[in-house]
Design a protein around this ligand. Structure first.
Ligand SMILES: *Cc1c(COP(=O)(O)O)cnc(C)c1O
Length: 388
């Protein structure tokens, strides 16, 4: 078999490696507690499941959907953006359904990147931005996210020749894995930088609804100039515990939305209409579920931050996202620390270098496991001798 270079160049999927380690421990009869993967443990709210049951009974939903999504879905997304962010979107031209936002994030590189083109990609980051770029034949220029800059990239540090060749800039706030947040002022600086160099912005914002301590995240599209240069990826996954149903959206600049729709219409046939009906129910239904979920995550966050600080680790409580990003003890690498927790406590945390070289020195703990598992996991970590 002679595979394409892109297959050879593909790094092993981070979470696949972790799943394998968990499977090995489980096979040995060991109860492993995982703070590894960000996947809400709470079920999809009942009113959203009811919508699926109704939609599944209707024969028109048994047929191919339109790639761009049901008009009712696009309208529900536009209305939600208006209510939540006061962002006005034309549902016909500025909203596109996705089979989970990951699908659109992976495919959008095909809209911008020819072989040799550059994408500006933050580090650490969700791996799909760089891999989508590689699949399209492009090169990644790394924007380091440093703690002293609040994990925001420094656009002034991008060399002029790189900015001139760059076609797209990736951003993600509230951020996975660092838990950092960005304000409108930052997004306006990003939009101005993009406009100056004729670069498109793809903002990935699935955690806008997962926030703590009264903090309310903003949308990139609220920034002046954002609609001229970019789009935002959003998702029902994290807001409504719907990761398994695979429904998300891209919204914003109509030229980019149209290009992505044209790519997708040649690759997939859109998300099932019955699943789009779930999304409509989620976006138009009672929103108090979000506050309820956030109260649960916040309680877990406080426990995790408290336990890690007691061990002597340096950690800033995140204002949003599902993650606690903690510095590993001095003299240890991310991988060494994670391996030690797995071997001595049967606890999984994600080594920060899995998200890029600037993630080295950190580990990520996800808050998406049941409270009793959080408690037990933290007890086990505290009991590891000479951990720090
Ligand atoms: C979870 C996550 C996504 C993917 O969400 P789906 O809509 O379920 O595909 C995208 N970006 C980031 C940063 C995420 O953490």
């Amino acid at each position: 078999m002679r595979f394409a270079n892109r297959i050879e160049r593909l790094p092993p999927y981070l979470f696949a490696q972790i799943s394998k380690k968990v499977a090995e421990k489980k096979a040995q009869g060991i109860d492993v507690i995982s703070f590894g993967i960000g996947d809400p443990d709470l079920p999809t709210p009942p009113y959203i499941l009811d919508a699926l049951q109704d939609a599944a009974q209707q024969p028109q939903n048994h047929r191919y959907p339109e790639t761009e999504g049901l008009p009712e879905f696009r309208q529900a997304v536009a209305d939600w953006y208006d209510r939540r962010f006061s962002v006005k979107l034309d549902p016909a031209k500025e909203v596109l359904s996705l089979i989970g936002s990951k699908e659109g994030i992976g495919h959008v590189a095909l809209c911008f990147i020819d072989p040799g083109d550059i994408a500006l990609v933050p580090d650490p980051a969700y791996p799909v931005y760089a891999i989508g770029t590689m699949f399209a034949g492009g090169d990644t220029y790394t924007l380091p996210l440093r703690e002293e800059n609040g994990f925001l990239p420094d656009f002034d540090a991008v060399p002029t020749d790189v900015a001139a060749r760059a076609k797209v800039l990736w951003l993600n706030y509230p951020n996975n894995p660092t838990g950092a947040v960005a304000d409108i002022d930052f997004f306006e600086r990003a939009a101005a930088f993009a406009k100056k160099h004729d670069i498109a912005i793809c903002h990935d914002g699935p955690y806008s609804e997962v926030s703590y301590d009264e903090y309310v995240p903003v949308s990139f599209l609220q920034a002046n100039g954002a609609m001229d240069v970019g789009i935002e990826f959003h998702s029902l996954s994290k807001s409504y515990n719907m990761t398994g149903w695979r429904i998300g959206m891209a919204v914003g600049n109509p030229l980019i939305i149209d290009a992505l729709m044209r790519v997708k219409s040649n690759i997939d046939s859109g998300q099932s209409q019955a699943i789009q009906q779930m999304a409509i129910a989620a976006l138009t239904g009672p929103q108090d579920v979000i506050e309820d979920h956030n109260a649960i995550y916040q309680r877990r966050r406080d426990k995790v931050v408290d336990a890690l600080r007691k061990l002597g680790l340096q950690v800033t409580p995140p204002k949003a996202s599902l993650y606690v990003w903690a510095r590993v003890p001095n003299g240890m690498t991310s991988a060494q620390f994670a391996e030690r927790l797995l071997d001595k406590a049967a606890v999984i945390v994600t080594p920060g270098n899995g998200y890029g070289e600037y993630g080295e020195g950190y580990v990520r703990l996800s808050l998406t496991l049941a409270d009793d598992r959080v408690d037990e996991g933290l007890r086990r970590i505290a009991a590891v001798p000479a951990l720090v």
